[in-house]
Design a protein around this ligand. Sequence first.
Ligand SMILES: [Zn+2]
Length: 479
Amino acid sequence: MKVLLAAALSVPLLASAHKAILPRQATTTPVPTPSPPISQGLPSGSALTPPATGSTLPSVSFSLAATNPTAIPVSLISSGTLTTATIPLTTIQPAGAVPTYIPGAPPLPDLSTVLPSDYPPLDKPPPIDHPLVKQWVAEVLASGIDIPNITVTVLGGCPANPEAAADQSRCWWTCGGCVDDSDITTCPDKLTWGLTHDDGPAPYTPNLLQYLSAAKLSTTFFNVGSRVISYPNTLRDAYMAGNQIAVHTWSHPQMTTLTNEEIIAELGWTRKVIKDVLGVTPLYWRPPYGDIDNRVRAISKAMNLIPVMWTRLSPTVTFDTGDFNVAGGTNSVSQVLSNWQNIISNASTINTGFIVLEHDLFLQTVEIATGYILPAALANNPPLKITPVIDCLHKPWNQAYLETNDNKTNPIPNPNEGKVVINGTNGGGAQAGGGSGSGSGSGSGNSNQSGGAVPSGVVHSGLLAIAGSVALALFAFLA
Ligand SMILES: [Zn+2]
């Protein structure tokens, strides 16, 4: 592998959050039902399979430094209840608006040209035979980055994949917490929290945005492409308000279960829809469930995406609030708040900052964040510095996005992104060979086969017809 990228405020009152205001944006778009518990490893079924609900969960004791006076009582936050109305966006960001906090940022595009029909079906693995996916596959191949030829895992996590789990060389985070130098897992400065929220934009994201704005906080959002095309104005509002926007895949799969082409399609479509909505392409991403190994890392690197995980001190001490599982009824609010108490306690004992797993997908996760976790964090003693990940890494904002990045001071791994030209009408040989059994992009990428049609090792020029000038520039760069 080549050298990797260098890698006590007052609590705002949110009375308006509880008014019965209808959401402004389309309500016909589904929000996925919750997955089984993340903290127990990879779910055994589909990421979108609802868990069993209705169980009575035990109450767990917790003690917080502060809570929001307008917080929904813990006893009222539970699965299946809707205690808070969504709130409308404060502003619909117009085309041409420019985020002045990002040096060199382009103006917001015209949303009227961003049509859902031009994107893959929601919450399904995107087909790999689309010309754009073939283009992205060609760009990955042209990167010259070595993609390890290791087996695709099967659904079910570590117990279902004993050989892969034991194979240290693949550095599979899911089984053992292996991290690569390129993975962002903490913030460098002690007591600094790189705030993150995953799986939106969603109907209750504006509620979180309102709290963040009132508290003068901003976060890093890891966005699902299927939600971005459903709630583009929410994404624009989050972006213009000073939040970092990053990639979290199109359909939220376990990435190590996908073929190379399926991984590229998931990341590529999410990057594209964010670019189409904001005008910028994120340079950071988070794998759903933290499911990453060296094959997934290499592909994401070739797509100029840096993985951001969450802090993990040991197999049993991870900075995961477990908030995702409240909506599905498999975790209690009191357990989440107890988890948070443990996280903040552990954070004060380590010499670095930290990153925590939280979500803005569900009403419950937003209520917990705005009512409890963030107010407690703001009142913490010793005080915490709470910033988006790009800030906590001491990186300038222009390095959060491809279009604003200065490639001289912050060279990206694959400068050929968007420059590879496919000769011919079939988009090259992206589907050829490789032993990929599914080849359909239908989400069945759970067969235990090699990584797919994108070959490991050097660029296989026989598979592709890259325009000569670009190829020359490429090999000059790689030399
Ligand atoms: Zn997620």
